[in-house]
Ligand binder design. Structure first.
Ligand code: AMP
Length: 220
């Protein structure tokens, strides 16, 4: 049986950071729809351009498009034993579609850690977030997780940049959208008995320790 993990949490709760750590510890691929959409930035197709415009506004990409992107990603061989979803599902139809997709191979969502963070803390964290211009998995926060040298990635020395959709207006909108459209998923997974709530307002190491415990993965 595979291990399919859905990481939930408002933007800024540390989902991306924790998913990158978990990917290493659990040996599972990190499937992030936001990352998949951002990777389409340079494509010239009308669909890719439309997606970039939606992301800039802080709106959600339509469910059908999002589900199609996940269907294609899940069909790749590295996702056959499990995956860590980050930023997906974000709506009830997406959650139902994910259940159906996994059921096609006899799988299901096994566990849903929820990184819980207040709205105020989320806004403060997003405005101080920087990512590596070469590899968006290298994420920093000038307040809570600064790089060793200002503006430079510790891992590969590339310049850091703010995400184009991390403007204060777009960030506030994404956070409101989380509480409006995504928070109902907490009930959905709670009823299935797979939700695990984790206090995200602590250090990266403390949150990782709780996550590994929730997933029954040894810390070392
Ligand atoms: P993220 O990196 O997860 O914050 O996603 C960045 C942006 O990509 C979001 O603000 C949405 O515009 C879009 N996006 C990412 N994942 C989804 C999803 N599951 N459903 C709809 N839109 C998404």
């Amino acid at each position: 049986m595979g291990m399919y993990i859905v990481l939930m949490g408002v933007q800024g709760s540390g989902k991306g950071t924790q998913a990158a750590i978990l990917t290493q510890k659990a040996g599972l691929p990190h499937i992030t729809t936001g990352g998949l959409f951002r990777a389409m930035e340079s494509q010239e197709t009308p669909l890719a351009q439309e997606i970039q415009a939606i992301m800039k506004r802080g709106d959600l990409v339509p469910d059908a498009t999002t589900i199609q992107v996940v269907r294609e990603r899940l069909a790749q061989p590295d996702a056959a034993r499990g995956a860590i979803f980050d930023g997906f599902p974000r709506t009830l139809p997406q959650a139902e579609a994910l259940d159906k997709l996994l059921a096609e191979t006899g799988q299901a969502v096994n566990v849903v850690p929820y990184l819980k963070l207040s709205r105020d803390e989320a806004i403060s964290r997003i405005s101080s977030r920087w990512e590596c211009s070469l590899d968006p998995h290298h994420v920093y926060n000038v307040k809570t997780n600064p790089p060793k040298v200002v503006g430079v990635c510790d891992i590969d020395g590339a310049a850091l940049r703010q995400r184009p959709d991390d403007t204060p207006e777009a960030a506030a909108k994404r956070i409101d959208t989380f509480y409006e459209k995504t928070a109902p998923l907490l009930d959905f997974y709670q009823r299935k008995g797979v939700l695990r709530e984790i206090d995200a307002n602590r250090s990266i190491e403390q949150v990782t320790a709780d996550l590994l415990a929730a997933l029954n993965i040894p810390a070392r």
